[in-house]
Design a protein around this ligand. Structure first.
Ligand code: ZN
Ligand code: FE
Length: 257
């Protein structure tokens, strides 16, 4: 879940936690977009100077809702060359987990609604290939417990004609080898693609390679907390999954579905 510090989300951690309790969740996690080494890298994340405030706001929610397990985490953009910075962030607080995500191919944020023109200027399969290559590098980096919204490249509905299973497989073999989980993220249902990230086809390959899963609503507002989790669990079961992971202090625990 995200917080207002990322500049594109509504609701404080206390308000999000309150909603989580209302919808019957027993565990939630905050993984707001992490700061970049340079604060002006883009305009949709907290500044480095706000990191302490972020942690405090999550701790406040923990105090207010002692019966709800609240995890402290970050969603970190994997960008080659930023590894040292990510290691520095990892040491800054007692994170329960770090989610690695790929939004950027070089300087293009492929999921940005302000940069959709770029999708029309290049070959979709080529973009997807580059995206999954980078995702494989993120999985192999040893920096993350979980990889976020693994087929984010489908967000705006640009789907290649080609068979993409080899791209999924190449990434998932690396996730399996490095023991990294993937996230079932229901935000995809709220985007043009109208589908959970990742697709059933993707998830079946993940299952066959024993890649573990987690669940996320990627909530950017209280009303989105735990949204469509019923569908996400059904999708996981359809792919053959019987359990998911929960993380505390960067260690995994297996939970039956
Ligand atoms: Zn966001
Ligand atoms: Fe993301």
């Amino acid at each position: 879940m995200h917080t207002p510090l990322c500049r594109h989300a509504k609701g404080t951690p206390v308000e999000l936690a309150e909603h989580a309790v209302q919808v019957g969740l027993t565990e939630i996690g905050f993984s707001d977009h992490s700061p970049m080494l340079e604060d002006d890298f883009d305009n949709w994340r907290m500044k480095f100077s706000e990191l302490g405030q972020y942690v405090q706001s999550v701790e406040e929610a923990r105090r207010r809702f002692p019966g709800l397990a609240i995890k402290l985490a970050l969603e970190v953009d994997f960008i080659p060359g930023h590894e040292k910075w990510i290691e520095q962030l990892a040491r800054a607080h007692d994170w329960d987990y770090l989610i690695g995500s790929v939004h950027y191919l070089e300087s293009w944020a492929i999921d940005s609604p302000f940069e959709t023109e770029k999708w029309k200027q290049q070959d979709t399969f080529e973009v997807w290939s580059r995206y999954f290559d980078l995702l494989g590098q993120a999985a192999s980096s040893g920096l993350f417990e979980i990889i976020a919204h693994p087929d984010l490249c489908k967000k705006f509905g640009h789907i290649p004609q080609q068979d993409c299973a080899p791209l999924y497989r190449r990434f998932l073999e690396l996730a399996s080898k490095h023991g990294v989980a993937i996230e079932l993220n229901t935000a995809g249902l709220r985007k043009d693609c109208r589908e959970i990230y990742p697709s059933l086809e993707f998830l079946k390959i993940a299952r066959s390679l024993d890649v573990p899963i987690t669940f996320g609503s990627d909530a950017h507002a209280p009303g989105e907390v735990g949204m469509n989790f019923g569908e996400a669990i059904a999708l996981a079961k359809e792919a053959g999954y019987q359990s998911s992971l929960s993380f505390t202090a960067r260690e995994a625990t297996t939970r039956p579905l």
